[in-house]
Design a protein around this ligand. Structure first.
Ligand code: DP6
Length: 365
């Protein structure tokens, strides 16, 4: 499947006005995407849990205009006109323009809000860009009524990927793979697909508590981090290791081997940060409290025969992962022993979710 299939070939049945609202989730990678080539092609396949509570809700109102040379849009975030996000979204529109020519024929008013606190260190690009992608594909479906829903879902992931790689994994759930992998049928570098096998019951409704260690702006963006994988001394080994880890994780998710799940997921998190430590320029995104929390998790696990583990994204926050049957005990442990390492004692309780939801009769203002 190549990118050409996402070009618009049919004639468009223009409508004067339309409005769509989508709620799309954040996700947390278990096997990490770190390293890419143009245009947003990952160097290795990745897999993530789709989250349930951390999401963006976006309404786009489309109004037909004379065809314009540039994309016409206004952006409102949490009720206020927002100029800060505009350049990123404008760049996104530029990248997807050849696949969505209709964006030059509408004025778009975008209203967006997140369920998680702004600047909590939780990346909003995955949920934010996937929500815009869903609104655009909803419009496309109205302009080309013959499109089938499977194609529309793939195209939404394809478009979201062009905005931010991890956003491609924020359309479906509960486990999503992005990147071509020989053992994941249907997988592609162009868009993400749901993990195609039945998941062992221990991984159903898996819990993720996000410990907000540092709410500040990251010193190094993911985009710069990805670039530093070019000419990185360990890059090729890392890409190979990630693909092998996905092979292993695919089996683990099916057979419920939770001890190996813990080992693989924690190793992936630490390897991601090891890539940052060993790039040039080198950088450290973990904070002292990140390490304190990791030590506490390891101690709790060994003293309580628990299956708790952690993962990290490109920042200082810690995602605490555990099976639903440990929820009561682990939440107590987090409140008693980990909350004090968080900024203002704040953490977010989340669990695995099922992907984008269209919200009928609701508009974000
Ligand atoms: C560490 O998707 O934010 O979270 O494609 O440049 O927008 P861009 O990068 P982004 O990178 C995410 C990196 C990660 C790992 C992951 O989610 O797989």
């Amino acid at each position: 499947m190549d990118a050409h299939q996402f070009l618009v070939n049919s004639s468009l049945q223009f409508i004067e006005k339309a409005s769509f609202t989508w709620q799309t989730p954040s996700n947390i990678a278990l096997v990490k995407y770190w390293g890419k080539s143009e245009p947003q092609i990952p160097k290795n396949a990745s897999i993530s849990f789709t989250l349930n509570n951390c999401h963006t809700i976006t309404t786009i109102e489309f109004e037909k205009i004379e065809k314009s040379d540039s994309v016409q849009f206004d952006m409102y975030f949490e009720g206020k006109k927002n100029e800060d996000f505009k350049p990123k979204i404008a760049k996104f529109f530029q990248r997807i323009a050849e696949y969505c020519p209709y964006i030059f024929e509408y004025k778009m008013i975008i209203h967006s809000q997140n369920s998680f606190p702004h600047s909590s260190g939780i990346a909003s690009s995955a949920s934010g860009l996937s929500a815009i992608a869903m609104c655009l594909t909803s419009l496309e479906q109205q302009l080309i009524p013959a499109l089938n829903s499977d194609f529309v879902t793939k195209k939404a992931s394809f478009l979201a990927r062009l905005g931010s790689g991890s956003a491609s994994r924020s359309i479906e759930g509960p486990l999503v793979v992005w990147g071509n992998h020989p053992e994941i049928e249907g997988s592609s570098d162009l868009f993400a697909v749901p993990f195609p096998h039945t998941i062992h019951s221990i991984f159903e409704n898996y819990q993720d508590v996000i410990l907000l260690v540092d709410k500040g702006e990251k010193q190094v963006s993911s985009t710069v981090g990805h670039e530093l994988m070019h000419n990185h001394p360990f890059a090729e080994n890392r890409f190979q290791q990630a693909n092998e880890n996905l092979t292993k994780l695919s089996k683990i998710l099916q057979n419920g081997d939770i001890k190996n799940f813990i080992n693989l997921v924690e190793s992936e998190a630490l390897t991601l940060h090891a890539m940052m430590l060993t790039s040039n320029p080198y950088f450290i995104l973990m904070k002292p409290n990140t390490l304190e929390i990791i030590q506490k998790i390891w101690k709790y696990r060994s003293e309580n025969q628990s299956n708790i583990c952690f993962t990290l994204d490109a920042g200082a926050n810690v995602h605490v992962l555990f099976p639903e049957n440990e929820k009561q005990n682990v939440l107590q442990f987090i409140e008693n022993e980990l909350a004090s390492f968080c900024h203002k004692n704040e953490y977010i309780c989340d669990s695995v979710g099922f992907g984008a939801k269209k919200l009928e009769n609701i508009k974000v203002r």
